[in-house]
Design a binder for this molecule. Structure first.
Ligand SMILES: *Cc1c(COP(=O)(O)O)cnc(C)c1O
Length: 349
């Protein structure tokens, strides 16, 4: 088979969800964040697997993402939209019974006017300055809003992946100040917040990246394997060069494999000269430029030409690739392109 293979272990995703769920107390429900197509891994497969495992609340970024999810999950689950109620979204929100997390007085007004009585939550800004109402705005509308029966009051931590960062305690205190005594279900923590401990858990947690096997959930079970077929390999004599721009010149006689994936598949160009593919547990440096559909790799030290080389797998997860190019596992996963054959493992219950 000639095309690259992306294997996604649904059982590992489910287990990561269960382990994170067990980190919080019995009074806390674990939702699942499946925005951006479940971080690039396929929301149409990931969300139903988590639903079968017991997840009852899902978070997406956009109304359209929620609308695609509803038919897969049935009428019972709550699908929360983090961007809230944007102009023109009312028909989709209504048709798919989505719960927008209203971020501003404008959104509250829009929601109450276009869909009176429809479910909603409120997003509060406790310091991140990205989405949600700050204290003065919240104080002005809280009476009316709380009367209308919000499903959830939520906020988001900016620095939860740094447990010692003072912003965590400050945001927690602000969240208490804004929500104590309301009697409404509350949610503050994504993956990082879950790992900060019980004080941060409230009624519902919102794990995303930890489900998909990445930091800050360092105990996560690996989820993805990306195997790239070797199309061709050749001897390159000392002094010959490889690839666009002749950026790599063989220091000694070498064997170079050409592999079927490139930057169009999310193999970032900056991996040239820094990244590695793996033949089992043997690393093979990426050399020369990364092309749109191809990369070239040093396999001089292997005994045989391998049929495939792994970019992601047990030897190297998305976080390790991210480190090589100065980004985060989230970006490596969401950049994985549409060209891969996808194989899903498990996920039945
Ligand atoms: C993306 C996101 C999450 C999930 O965060 P992870 O770090 O992936 O666990 C939770 N809440 C909000 C508001 C988000 O934007």
């Amino acid at each position: 088979m000639s095309s690259p293979l992306l294997s996604i272990d649904l059982d590992a995703i489910v287990e990561n969800w269960r382990v994170l769920d067990a980190r919080s107390g019995a009074g806390t429900q674990s939702a699942a964040v499946v925005k951006a197509d479940a971080y690039g891994l396929g929301a149409d497969r990931v969300a139903p697997a988590l639903h079968r495992a017991g997840a009852r609340t899902f978070f997406v970024a956009l109304t359209e993402e929620g609308a695609r999810l509803r038919p897969l999950l049935g009428p019972e689950v709550e699908i929360c939209v983090l961007s809230g109620h944007m102009e023109g979204d009312a028909p989709l929100i209504e048709a798919h019974a989505l719960t927008p997390m209203l971020n501003s007085l404008d959104q509250v007004t829009r929601h109450f006017e276009t869909l009176p009585g429809a479910p909603f939550g409120i997003q509060l800004d406790t310091g991140m300055n990205r989405l949600g109402m700050e204290m003065p705005e919240w104080e002005a509308v809280a009476g009316v809003v709380l009367n209308a029966g919000p499903r959830l009051l939520m906020s988001h931590l900016a620095c939860a992946d740094e447990p010692g960062h003072p912003a965590n305690a400050a945001q927690l205190a602000e969240f208490h100040r804004m929500t104590d005594g309301t009697g409404v279900a509350r949610s503050l923590s994504a993956t990082g917040g879950i790992l900060l401990g019980r004080d941060y858990h409230f009624d519902i947690t919102r794990p995303g990246i930890g489900l998909y096997g990445c930091a800050p959930f360092t105990d996560a079970r690996p989820v993805v394997r990306l195997s790239l077929p070797v199309i061709q390999s050749r001897g390159v004599a000392a002094g010959e060069s490889v690839g666009y721009g002749y950026t790599w010149t063989a220091p000694h006689d070498s064997v170079v494999a050409t592999v079927a994936a490139g930057y169009a598949d999310g193999v970032h160009r900056r991996l040239a000269g820094k990244g590695r593919l793996w033949a089992g547990d043997t690393p093979c440096p990426i050399l020369g430029r990364v092309s749109m559909d191809l990369i070239t790799v040093d396999i001089s030290h292997l005994e045989h030409e391998p049929a495939t080389l792994d970019l992601l797998g047990p030897a190297q997860g998305a976080d390790a690739v991210a480190d090589q190019i100065g980004t985060i596992g989230y970006e490596v996963l969401t950049a994985l392109g549409p060209r891969y054959r996808r194989q899903y493992i498990g996920g039945a219950d």
